[in-house]
Design a protein around this ligand. Structure first.
Ligand code: SAM
Ligand code: SF4
Length: 352
């Protein structure tokens, strides 16, 4: 049977990135995300995940992003990174991890580097104990207790950045980045301090507009701080020059005029980038989604169990990709779908 060649979807978009979620669980409860406390049944094994990555790489995905929930909760993470290394010979160029960083000890940072991880993006939504506690959903106790717990968490993430650096991830080559979701009225006062922290530590900061993923995060348009407003506020403090968005990239990038590095804004609400979106998402239990705002996935387990069937998996993924026509973020504004759209899957399940 002939293997499918690189598929293009209905809008002529190639497959380029596989975002693979390793768990739906998280050690935090960020209110804009609100993960499930429990894992879905039927989690994939290491061998099944390796087979999925191999199939996506065969269809042109050069980039693998490991995510969750919190992927560091998965003890098999390092083994998976090691297991996919042979796929570099078949076109896998880059393996990245998105994590909240709380569990990134120096041992794990070294183990991930040794296993062959190329890049890390750590999420941090504030630089004070109070802001970190609020954005991470730390609950219980009085305000002072929560502030202290937020401060401890902030220290853990700052330490994680340095563990990553010591393990050999080079921030100046974009191998350590910071993600921050900015929500108007919740942490928009953290915008300049976060930019200052990223500049000081030589990291590229990616500011993400608060998105309407899932059903639980109480999203309202008024809570979105647009990328233009974020850039405007930062530009007034540290002037910026535009760099632009890489083909198929998510972030519009800017350069600090004073040589303080780069900044990115992910404008999925105010300036959607569906037009060249090349990302396939697969959940921890093997359901494929062709859009972050998708409500319906395709269960890939029939081609993974009892043992992975490489050719059938490639054919199934190629068919799925060829049928794809999602452009929800662009349609959101044009169609004012609002509440009428089918219930979308949750962010921590899909992996962001
Ligand atoms: N737990 C890891 C972390 O937080 O980095 C990985 C999974 S998390 C779902 C991936 C990314 O999605 C994080 O950078 C997070 O901030 C972002 N995210 C989650 N919910 C979001 C929302 N409603 N709007 C915008 N970004 C969101
Ligand atoms: Fe957990 Fe990441 Fe969701 Fe926050 S954004 S709750 S860290 S999965």
């Amino acid at each position: 049977m002939d293997r499918p060649t690189q598929p293009f979807d209905q809008l002529r978009r190639p497959l380029g990135v596989l975002r693979l979620s390793l768990t739906a669980r998280c050690n935090l409860a960020c209110p804009y995300c609100l993960p499930d406390g429990a894992e879905p049944p039927g989690l994939l094994s290491l061998e099944e995940r390796r087979a999925l990555v191999a199939a996506a790489v065969a269809l042109g995905a050069g980039s693998l992003r490991l995510t969750g929930g919190e992927p560091l909760l998965n003890p098999g993470l390092e083994a998976l990174v090691a297991a996919v290394q042979p796929l570099r010979a078949r076109g896998l160029r880059e393996i990245a991890l998105t994590s909240n960083g709380v569990l990134l000890t120096s041992e794990r940072a070294r183990a991930l580097r040794a296993a062959g991880l190329d890049r890390l993006t750590l999420s941090l939504d504030g630089v004070t104990g109070t802001a970190v506690a609020r954005m991470a959903g730390l609950s219980g106790g009085d305000a002072d207790t929560r502030r202290r717990r937020g401060e401890a968490q902030l220290e853990q993430v700052l330490a994680a950045i340095e563990h990553a650096r010591s393990a050999g991830f080079a921030a100046e080559r974009g191998q350590i980045k910071l993600n921050a979701v900015i929500q108007r009225g919740a942490n928009d006062d953290q915008l300049l301090p976060l930019a200052g922290l990223a500049r000081q530590r030589g990291l590229e900061l990616r500011l993400i507009e608060f998105m309407d993923v899932g059903n639980r995060n109480g999203w309202r348009p008024e809570a979105v701080l647009s990328a233009a407003e974020m850039v405007g506020r930062i530009n007034r403090r540290w002037p910026l020059d535009p760099v632009g968005r890489d083909p198929h990239g998510t972030a519009i990038r800017w350069r600090f005029r004073d040589g303080g590095g780069h900044l990115g804004v992910v404008a999925s609400i105010s300036a959607p980038f569906c037009g060249d979106c090349n990302r396939l998402r697969i959940t921890a239990d093997g359901i494929a989604y062709t859009c972050l705002f998708g409500s319906q996935g395709t269960d890939l387990r029939p081609w993974l169990r009892p043992s992975p069937d490489a050719e059938a998996l490639e054919r199934t993924l190629a068919r799925l990709w060829r049928q794809r026509h999602d452009r929800y973020s662009e349609e959101r504004t044009a169609l004012a779908l609002g509440d009428q759209r089918p219930a979308p899957a949750e962010m921590a399940y899909l992996g962001g």
